[in-house]
Design a protein around this ligand. Sequence first.
Ligand code: IPD
Ligand code: CA
Ligand code: CA
Length: 265
Amino acid sequence: MSNLPEEHPWRSRFDAAIITAREAGAVALGHYRNLSALTVESKGVQDPVSEADRQTEDVIKSRLAALFPEDAFVGEETGAEGVDPSRGTWVVDPIDGTQPFLLGLPTWCVSIAYVAHDEIQVGVIYNPVTDELYAALRGHGATLDGKPMGVQQVEGLDQGLTGMGCSSRTTPEEIGHIAQSLRAAGGMYHRCGSGALTLAYVATGQLIGYVEMHINAWDCLAAILLVEESGGRVSPFLRENGVTGGGPIIAGAPGVFTQLASLLP
Ligand code: IPD
Ligand code: CA
Ligand code: CA
């Protein structure tokens, strides 16, 4: 990706997403280092939020609006603004993995996607704790800290770990079915509390796949491009749910995609 042409139509947005993810990540990290000062509120069962989420989104939203006033914006904390098929749209989760974040666990990230012409064009994920930056530009591959990523070449779920996402939007029966089917196929599950990061681990080849019954666009759009540009296969999430919706996701190494799809009830 180092030889990316300067005149690429999304080059300036790709560069801006990286700079903004790092800038926002530094703001979130400041709160993470001083968690006891945060007041935590509840948006629902197992769904906390704090000033850290809101402030981090504000940093991202204001920076992108200043650079690209013509673009629409969808953020987990502030909602949708200006969404229209004729405009490019930023889709942002300021902190994906709010539960680990608030517990002082290191698996959370900033997630920034840019969607235009019905496709995810840019996907950037930044984990401020490990200082790892995952970036993808459609058609130009995906990198972790500048080095190319690639999914694992496996042919069975028994050959690696599968990420399993779960939230209060998934029923106990659904998650039970997925866990049971995965174990029956000889697989093993992994959950770190951030869907975006877990999908990034599929792009790096650390995990062989990821499944979740219901995930929101801001959680997964950036990560979907990472997986696709790393040679992975992903269910048609954007086509089915758009930039503001949510639904199931299946992502993984091509050799296990059909098996992954069969895990969902
Ligand atoms: C959640 C996390 C979780 C996933 C959920 C998301 P949040 O986002 O990504 O891993 O399973 O679907 O809602 O609340 O930490 O931003
Ligand atoms: Ca999220
Ligand atoms: Ca979030």
